[in-house]
Design a protein around this ligand. Structure first.
Ligand code: NAI
Length: 260
C-alpha cells in the first residue's frame, strides 16, 4: 500500500491562500495539493485527468479543506487561460501556482532514434506547458499584488543523462524560464522558483524495469528514491511567505544525486 497522501501534520500557515496545482491528479502534484491544503490553502487541483483531479479535491474536502478539481491541458493555450480564469472567477484571485504537470520521454531512446513527434510532445507539455501556465498565472498575480510560482524541474534540469535528450532539454528549459521570470517579475512581488527532484516514487517511474531502478537507486547517495511528500515539503516552503527572499532559485530535492 502506498503512503496516505490525504493527511499531513503541516502548520496552517497558508490560510485562505488561493493555490492552483497542475498535474494534481498524481504523484508530486497530488502530494503538493495535500501539503498546501494541510497548511490551510484553498487548492484548485488541475489535470488532464479530470476525474483524478476531482478525486484528490474530494479527499481534501473530506479532510476539512477547501478544494476543487478541474480539467486542464497545459499544452493547450486556451485550456490554460480558461483554467486560470476559472480560478480567479471562483476564488477571487490567484496567490500560488505549482506547475507539476509533466511527462517522460520514451525510455532508452537515443537522439538519433528520437522522432520529431516524440521530441515535440515532451517539449509541448514539459516546457511550453510551463510557459503557458506561467504566462496566465503571472498576469493574474500581477493584477492582485503578487504571488509565488513553483515549477517542477528535475535533477535532469541540472545535469544531463544519455537517452533522455528531450526530457533533459525540457527540464533545463524550465530552469531557464524560471530564472527569466523571477528577474522579470521581482518588482511585481511575484517569486518564481524551481524544484529539482531526484527520482521519486510516483506513477511516472513505475514503468522503469527493475534493473534500471536498481542502477538509478544506487546513483542517489542516500541509496533510496524519494517520496512525493518529501518534494511537496519543499514546494510548500517555496510557496509560503517563509521563502520571502527566495526567487530565481533551483532547489535540488535529490538525496545527493547532484552532489556527486
Ligand atoms: P506523475 O506521472 O505521477 O503525474 C503527472 C501528472 O501530470 C499526471 O496526473 C498527468 O495526468 C498530468 N499531466 C500530464 N500531461 C498533462 C497535460 N498536458 N496537462 C495537464 N496535466 C498533465 O508524475 P510525477 O512524478 O508526479 O511528476 C510531476 C513533475 O515532477 C513532472 O513535471 C516531472 O517531470 C517532475 N519530476 C518527477 C520525477 C520523478 O522521479 N517522479 C523526478 C524529477 C522531476
Amino acid at each position: 500500500m502506498g503512503p496516505d497522501r490525504t493527511t499531513s501534520s503541516a502548520a496552517p500557515d497558508m490560510a485562505e491562500v488561493v493555490c492552483l496545482v497542475t498535474g494534481a491528479a498524481s504523484g508530486i502534484g497530488a502530494a503538493s495539493a495535500v501539503r498546501l491544503s494541510a497548511a490551510g490553502a484553498i487548492v484548485v487541483c488541475a489535470d488532464l485527468d479530470e476525474a483524478g483531479a476531482r478525486h484528490i479535491a474530494e479527499k481534501l474536502v473530506a479532510g476539512g479543506g477547501i478544494a476543487e478539481g478541474i480539467a486542464l491541458d497545459v499544452a493547450d493555450e486556451n485550456s490554460v487561460a480558461g483554467a486560470v480564469d476559472q480560478v480567479v472567477a471562483r476564488c477571487g484571485r490567484l496567490d500560488v501556482a505549482v506547475n507539476s504537470a509533466g511527462i517522460t520521454a520514451p525510455p532508452r531512446t537515443g537522439i538519433v532514434e528520437t522522432t520529431a513527434n516524440q521530441w515535440r510532445s515532451v517539449l509541448d507539455v514539459n516546457l511550453t506547458g510551463v510557459f503557458l501556465c506561467m504566462r496566465s498565472e503571472i498576469a493574474a498575480m500581477s493584477r492582485d499584488g503578487g504571488g509565488a510560482i513553483v515549477n517542477l524541474a528535475s535533477v535532469l534540469g541540472l545535469v544531463g543523462r544519455a537517452e533522455q535528450a528531450a526530457y533533459v532539454a525540457s527540464k533545463h528549459g524550465v530552469i531557464g524560464l524560471t530564472r527569466a521570470a523571477a528577474i522579470e517579475c521581482a518588482d511585481r512581488k511575484i517569486r518564481v522558483n524551481a524544484v529539482c527532484p531526484g527520482y521519486i516514487e510516483t506513477p511516472m517511474i513505475d514503468q522503469m524495469p527493475s534493473e534500471g531502478r536498481a542502477l538509478i537507486t544506487a546513483r542517489h547517495p542516500v541509496r533510496r528514491l524519494g517520496t512525493a511528500e518529501e518534494v511537496a515539503e519543499v514546494v510548500a516552503f517555496l510557496a509560503s511567505d517563509r521563502a520571502q527572499f527566495v526567487t530565481g532559485a533551483q532547489y535540488a530535492v535529490d538525496g545527493g544525486y547532484t552532489a556527486m
